[in-house]
Design a protein around this ligand. Structure first.
Ligand SMILES: [Zn+2]
Length: 285
């Protein structure tokens, strides 16, 4: 009996040592572990809206978010054609440092992130970037809606699709400052985002067929990302307008955990690059 105890202890210690080593060697594991530890669902929730969790100093912002939430939810449910699988969890942060800990990227500069089924909001959305709050909230809730239906470990669709869906559902959240007219003109001028198969890329790192000109008064990465987001959002809107039944069939297949490419083809009868070319040629007319 004591021997077994010792062995169990030994195993436990070996496990802890292995986990510590893994965390030390793999920065993304360390970020994920720290984010789980700082999950916004561990924060208190508003008394009159249990979906909205907040750091005590972000109470006013949490209330502003709660006021906007019903409209954002209605928009997302209408665009996605289905209610949420479960009430969305929202986290509103007062401290950039805590927000960066919780967002699993160690980056306080991103306005909002959806992670592990919860939407996290940086203090900037109730500060300098308050004008973006409703659009960004709706954008993130599109991600929460989508991930809420999908089985754990389901293959991820390409990022242009999930981001384009969120921009479309939110009427431009995440693509602020780039109008549809400007994005269409950029596409006609050859500055078209390249639909990339990769599932995990920094959207700002996406390629354009031709590098878009930079406005020296704006941040180059933000500018690039918003143009890419806007173009992806317009493409998703075009797909939905062209055949809403096919669009909803695709969403339901992805939510059921099916792979992107075959689901897309079976819904639309063509692959995404083919329809993208048609979208571009429609814009050019
Ligand atoms: Zn997004």
């Amino acid at each position: 009996m004591p021997r077994i105890m010792v062995n169990a202890w030994g195993l436990g210690l070996a496990f802890i040592a292995a986990a510590t080593l893994a965390l030390a060697l793999r920065p993304e594991l360390r970020l994920a572990a720290r984010a789980a530890w700082n999950d916004p669902r561990l924060l208190p929730a508003l008394a009159d809206d249990a979906r909205v969790h907040y750091e005590p100093d972000a109470r006013d912002c949490a209330e502003a978010v709660a006021n906007l939430t019903p409209r954002a939810i209605a928009r997302v449910e209408s665009a996605h054609g289905r209610p949420f699988a479960q009430p969305p969890a929202i986290g509103v942060f007062a401290s950039y440092e805590n927000y960066a800990r919780a967002n699993a990227m160690d980056d306080p500069g991103i306005a909002a992130v959806t992670r592990a089924g919860a939407a996290l909001f940086s203090p900037t959305l109730c500060g300098r970037e308050r004008g973006r709050l409703e659009g960004v909230l709706t954008h993130e809730l599109s991600h929460v809606h989508f991930s809420g239906w999908r089985p754990l470990g389901a293959p991820r669709p390409p990022q242009w699709f999930t981001e384009g869906l969120a921009v479309m559902a939110s009427g431009g959240g995440g693509a602020e400052g780039v109008s549809e007219t400007e994005a269409a003109q950029a596409m006609r001028d050859g500055y078209r985002v390249v639909l990339d198969d990769r599932r995990w890329i920094d959207f700002a790192g996406l390629g354009f067929e031709r590098e878009p000109p930079r406005d020296p008064t704006k941040d180059a990465l933000t500018q690039r990302q918003r143009l890419a987001y806007r173009q992806a959002g317009m493409f998703i809107g075009w797909l939905r307008m062209r055949d809403e039944t096919a669009f909803l069939r695709l969403l339901r297949a992805l939510e059921a955990g099916e792979a992107f490419e075959p689901s897309f083809e079976s819904a639309f009868g063509d692959d995404a690059p083919q329809l993208w070319r048609r979208f571009v040629s429609d814009l050019s007319r």
